[in-house]
Design a protein around this ligand. Structure first.
Ligand code: APR
Length: 276
């Protein structure tokens, strides 16, 4: 299949064997990255450094040492990104994963995205491996804080409980992933029948290990990405298209008789279809 042009809707061919495998899978895991939010207009990590921020290196801002060195600069960068995501909306790719969750007997979505769009779309069985940009926590005690005062001096706001600086509740380079989220994702990856890997370059570990775990355990690996990645040679199926087109097409192909599949929201399953 040739790569699709951005923004041009093209029919996505889904192999019958893939549609059948998805429809009959008992356990499905989806793993997503920045590409899934591209059609919502969220700039990628690197693209986010425009305008006033163009002179900063993202690798030099998203680290504990950057926060120690220049806490206000790091705080302001995340504050700008937090404001930017407030107005964006989930897209058809996010919604297709909600539809999928409602149909698969067991489902987990592990995302590397910090934009919160999967949760806003309605995904319930969700682990945010790299945290969530909308949340703020104490840099000393990790307690999530809902309200704070922006100080007038050139420092980040302080934790109302202990006085330490507040920071975004995201995982920075050189920091471990949240242990429970990672353990759950690894466990589901090792038990799933089918894993969909969408919109990620699959290069940043340990998240990038999840497809390898699934593949080693015998799962069918489906890549959704307009471009080739390091994962492509391992994938059993490759959908070379934007996730906003390919994911709805995949869900529709698996459940062709369900009018709601891959489209508007279907009725919720009796068991809620949440974490299993
Ligand atoms: N649909 C699907 N995939 C897309 C789309 C789209 N519309 N547009 C772009 N992509 C693909 C790109 O081809 C690329 O492979 O999304 C991928 C994005 O890759 P990265 O920018 O590397 O993002 P990600 O894989 O999420 O990065 C992982 O690294 O930057 C850190 O912590 C950050 O969570 C991030 C992690």
């Amino acid at each position: 299949m040739s790569p699709s042009s951005p923004g041009v809707a093209q029919p996505i061919a889904i192999a019958a064997s893939l549609a059948e495998a998805l429809a009959s899978a008992q356990r499905v895991v989806a793993m997503t990255g920045a590409g899934v939010s591209a059609e919502s207009g969220i700039p990628t990590f690197r693209d986010a450094l425009t305008g006033l921020w163009a002179r900063y290196d993202p690798l030099a801002l998203a680290t504990p040492s950057a926060f120690a060195r220049q806490p206000k600069v790091v705080w302001d960068w995340y504050a700008m990104r937090r404001d930017a995501i407030r107005d964006v909306q989930p897209n058809d790719g996010h919604r297709a994963l909600v539809d999928l969750e409602r149909r698969a007997p067991a489902f987990l979505l592990a995302t590397q995205n910090v934009d919160g769009l999967h949760g806003r779309a309605g995904t319930r069985a969700l682990v945010e491996l790299h945290g969530n940009l909308a949340r703020v926590r104490c840099s000393r005690e990790n307690r999530v804080v809902e309200r704070w005062d922006e100080p007038l001096d050139d420092l980040p706001p302080r934790c109302p409980h202990c006085g330490a600086f507040l920071r975004p509740d995201v995982v920075w380079f050189d920091e471990p992933l949240p242990a429970r989220a990672l353990a759950l994702a690894e466990d589901e990856a090792s038990r799933c029948d089918l894993m969909i890997v969408a919109g990620t370059s699959a290069e940043v570990h340990p998240a990038a290990s999840l497809p390898l775990i699934a593949k080693a355990a015998g799962a069918r690996l489906v890549e959704v990405n307009p471009r080739e990645t390091a994962l492509t040679p391992l994938a059993d199926d490759v959908l070379r298209a934007a996730s906003g087109l390919a994911l709805p097409a995949l869900v529709r192909a698996a459940w062709p008789h369900d009018l709601h599949a891959g489209g508007s929201a279907p009725p919720a399953r009796a068991d809620g279809g949440g974490a299993k």
